[in-house]
Design a protein around this ligand. Structure first.
Ligand code: SF4
Length: 493
């Protein structure tokens, strides 16, 4: 089976998105192809595996596989999935956890009923819960923390799926935005801190849907009604859409990185368009770290809105300084060592005519290990830039994420182990400036409340259990191997 993972290693440290989830209900229609196109819109949140569970009202059928959405599903496969309700998932995970058994949705069946569960996030008490469930006779078929949730749900179905989901919300700690398919109902819910996104709305004439991001609604004829609030449960069935509070929310702590990088720029979160938020981040970046230069150059594609904002705020012209290959993610040939050494040049090629003799401001979204930034700075100088000033919209990443994003261990994070001066020298830049945490927050919604900023500040909204190692989510934890369903950031060399 070709593995798209290979291609994700090309550029050294590209941040990869996490998982995407979707649930769709169109009364009287087969929804598999609708769900397929919705998943397609969430492809950026996970390129390792995709899956879908479809109910015809009495039976849930499922198909999932490794690869991109259009590799896992073809017309013939979709034709074998009849029914008017479906949930779907796109997944990204660390290399070690790349396995079909961990692809989602996860299906669980007992005499009481059956569920298919798809999850974006990471449970920080998955090992403990799994140990308890195994001691009580449960036999797990995957190493995914999502199966922990699925097994809790099926064990509690006797009281109805809504109550079963409440039990998951009571027991599970961590980040989770989840969709559940039973034969007659779709249920979606968010953890009490609302760390990962989930929106609900209408679909077609009289249907409903939910999805990780608003960008999945429009292409399939959906309209967002609102984002699910932390701790809320959305139920979609023949009676329509109903939202209830599943568990009390101590405070909202949505992932700030969703706004900086993970989510698609055409999505809306916290009531704001992400493209506009990123433009504002660029404006604030100019306020915080102004520089005298000739051109503002984005690192495509994610640096473009911020570079436009930076340029607008300081009046220095915006220029494309490099081209990104459109096809690098669509090939499945494993790069050999020589090509790996070429690294970032396989993905980005410089536009020398724009760069030669210029003082360049290079705008990008984040620095993790610094490997990619270093190569791009070198590419700018090799193309004739006289100065390269790097400006980054993510504040310095100094702490690991325990809520579904794999950012490597703390000692691999460049900003955690180097001073600003050291990091500037490491990447070879003329100067380096990061947007502040408040600058990023204020650019989103003029507020400093409601965000998780733990990877920048070390202030984790949910206490992290002692001994939970950063690499625990993708690799063996204690005696158990568990994997997060939401591992999204691959830091690779
Ligand atoms: S630690 Fe960082 S990446 Fe993880 S949820 Fe919080 S803000 Fe997002």
């Amino acid at each position: 089976m070709p593995n798209p993972h290979y291609n994700l290693h090309l550029d050294g440290e590209t941040i990869k998105e996490e998982c995407g989830v979707i649930g769709v209900y169109l009364p009287g229609e087969d929804v598999a192809s609708t769900c397929f196109f919705g998943l397609f819109a969430l492809q950026h949140r996970g390129q390792e595996s995709a899956g879908m569970a479809v109910s015809d009202g009495s039976k849930v059928r499922m198909h999932k596989g490794m690869g991109l959405v259009n590799q896992v599903f073809g017309a013939e496969t979709l034709a074998t999935l009849p029914g008017e309700m479906a949930v779907g998932h796109t997944r990204y995970s660390t290399t070690g956890a790349s396995a079909l058994r961990n692809a989602q949705p996860i299906f669980c069946q007992t005499q009481i009923g059956e569920v298919a569960v798809a999850h974006n996030g990471n449970l920080i008490n998955a090992v403990q819960l799994r140990t308890e469930l195994e001691a009580d006779g449960e036999v797990f078929g995957s190493t995914s923390d999502t199966e922990v949730m699925a097994r809790i749900i099926v064990r509690n179905l006797r009281n109805g799926v809504e109550e079963a989901v409440r039990e998951v919300m009571r027991l599970c700690k961590g980040a989770f935005s989840v969709v559940v398919q039973t034969p007659t109902t779709i249920v979606g819910f968010r953890d009490p801190y609302g760390i990962r996104p989930l929106s609900v709305g209408r679909l077609g004439e009289n249907g409903h849907m939910m999805a990780s991001e608003s960008c999945a609604f429009g292409p399939i004829g959906g309209v967002v009604e609102r984002e699910l609030k932390p701790g809320e449960i959305a139920v979609i069935d023949h009676n329509g859409l109903r939202i209830v509070q599943g568990i009390e929310s101590p405070k909202e702590a949505m992932c700030l990185f969703e706004f900086i990088y993970f989510a698609r720029p055409d999505s809306r979160m916290f009531g704001t368009g992400l493209y506009s938020a990123r433009v504002r981040m660029g404006e604030r970046l100019n306020e915080e770290h102004p520089v005298d230069a000739d051109i503002i150059v984005p690192v495509p594609d994610s640096g473009i809105p911020a570079a436009l904002g930076f340029s607008k705020a300081c009046g220095i012209p915006f220029r494309e300084g490099m081209m990104k290959s459109r096809y690098i993610h669509r090939t499945f040939i494993q790069p050999d060592q020589r090509m790996r050494e070429i690294g970032v040049r396989m993905k980005l090629t410089p536009l020398e005519d724009h760069i030669r003799g210029k003082r360049v401001v290079l705008v990008d979204d984040s620095i993790v290990r610094g490997t990619t930034t270093k190569q791009i700075v070198k590419m700018m100088f090799d193309s004739g830039a006289t100065e390269v000033h790097v400006r980054i919209t993510a504040p310095p990443i100094k702490h690991p994420c325990f809520y579904g994003i794999d950012m490597a261990s703390k000692n691999e994070l460049a900003a955690a182990v180097m001073t600003l001066e050291e990091l500037t020298a490491h990447i070879g830049a003329t100067s380096l400036g990061f947007l502040s945490v408040d600058g990023a927050r204020l650019a989103v919604n003029d507020s400093t409340e409601g965000f998780c900023t733990a990877c920048f500040t070390g202030e984790y909204p949910l206490e992290i259990p002692d001994g939970l190692q950063k690499n625990a989510f993708g690799d063996p934890v204690g005696e158990l191997e568990t994997v997060s369903s939401g591992q999204g950031v691959l830091i690779s060399e």
